[in-house]
Design a protein around this ligand. Structure first.
Ligand SMILES: NC(=O)c1ccc[n+]([C@@H]2O[C@H](COP(=O)([O-])OP(=O)(O)OC[C@H]3O[C@@H](n4cnc5c(N)ncnc54)[C@H](O)[C@@H]3O)[C@@H](O)[C@H]2O)c1
Length: 337
């Protein structure tokens, strides 16, 4: 039995809080917004972000960040755009060597930093663990068997998370390639948007499979250029998360893509989804990052042109299909480029 603090009372923060409560841990769930806490107390659930998942009374709900002091583990479950500001607020309350696990998937806007780098700048006293993998909140909350990785440069911190959170419904593997795990998690959202666009255009299974396979290839190409291990992209936080995001209606990124494929602009699609669509900002970050390190990412580039330059999805797909001939193997292609 441990004391666990969760920041972010949206879909995933609630799912993990409910899971930790079932495991017998003492859970404090924090939201930056007092009104959100009031609504959750009134409704017994977050009707907007995770309807039908009842929040047990034993979970302490708060909008006072001081209440997160003295926990055995802090889980940061806010959207990527709010990671720096939330970590900053947490600074006075985290002790030396305390473990913080983050589940946010994205890159910081403008700086393109990985979120663990952002957190390390704000909370240098903490050991940071990244939890990632195919794990929809709706399924974690209801105990559907799920697998994730806990990645950290500190083996001890990753194992601390594994020890506290692993249970019969959540299997956790430790991993020391934090870069690979974060790039996989952030960039799969771009491919999920593209997969949604293909679905909105009523293309077939062949197209979706092509997008996923070539998508993970280019994510790995960028990740390896930035220091990640190639093997990580074939694991849970790479292809695993890509598969779940590209095939499920739980994915907001895929839903936004479907609206775009049906003829809406990116702005209209974001409004229709009505919740954070992290793939939108991730597309811009991935595009800019790929240019800055001179790594070719054709799907990311076409997705960027559709989202930010109003290129028609039909033309983007035609341009992807009409690219110059090349070898499938990365090694051979990179050697002969
Ligand atoms: N939902 C999932 O299935 C899932 C699974 C794995 C990882 N994640 C990741 O977890 C993170 C959170 O996702 P989610 O689905 O729970 O999001 P969500 O949109 O359901 O909830 C976001 C929560 O963040 C809080 N928030 C919004 N703006 C904030 C701010 N400026 N400061 C502090 N808090 C703020 C709100 O209180 C809200 O409850 C994302 O990075 C996402 O990629 C989500």
């Amino acid at each position: 039995m441990a004391k666990i603090g969760v920041l972010g009372a949206g879909g995933f923060g609630i799912a993990l809080s409910v899971m930790c409560n079932k495991m017998g841990h003492e859970v404090t769930l924090w939201s930056a917004f007092p009104a959100e806490i009031t609504e959750i107390i009134r409704d017994g659930q977050n009707l907007r972000l995770l309807p039908k998942v009842k929040i047990p009374q034993e979970i302490k709900l708060t909008s006072n960040i001081e209440d997160l002091q003295g926990n055995d583990l802090i889980i940061l479950a806010v959207p990527s755009f709010a990671v720096r500001e939330t970590a900053h607020k947490l600074q006075p309350y985290m002790g030396e060597g305390s473990v913080l696990a983050t589940v946010a998937k994205g890159l910081e806007d403008q700086s393109h930093k990985r979120l663990s780098e952002v957190i390390a700048e704000e909370l240098p006293q903490c050991k940071i663990v990244v939890i990632s993998g195919p794990s929809h909140a709706e399924e974690v909350a209801t105990g559907v068997p799920t697998t994730v990785v806990a990645a950290s440069s500190s083996r001890q911190a990753a194992e601390h998370v594994q020890d506290l959170l692993m249970n019969p419904t959540l299997r956790i593997y430790v991993n020391d390639d934090i870069k690979g795990v974060e790039y996989g998690g952030a960039l799969k959202n771009v491919i999920a948007l593209a997969a949604g666009i293909c679905d909105g255009q009523k293309l077939g299974d062949n197209s979706k499979a092509a997008l996923m396979t070539r998508g993970i290839t280019e994510i790995a190409r960028l990740g390896v250029a930035l220091g990640a291990n190639h093997e990580t992209f074939g694991g849970l936080s790479g292809i695993g998360d890509l598969i779940v995001t590209c095939t499920s209606m739980h994915s907001r990124n895929r839903r936004a893509g479907i609206f775009i494929g049906q003829g809406n602009t990116a702005r209209q699609a974001l409004e229709k989804v009505g919740m954070t669509v992290e793939g939108y900002l991730a597309t811009k970050a991935a595009y800019e990052l790929s240019k800055s390190v001179d790594v070719e990412m054709p799907i990311v580039e076409q997705c960027y042109l559709v989202l930010y330059k109003n290129k028609s999805p039909k033309k983007a797909i035609a341009d992807l299909m009409g690219r110059p001939k090349r070898h499938e193997s990365e090694t051979i292609w990179l050697q002969t480029k």
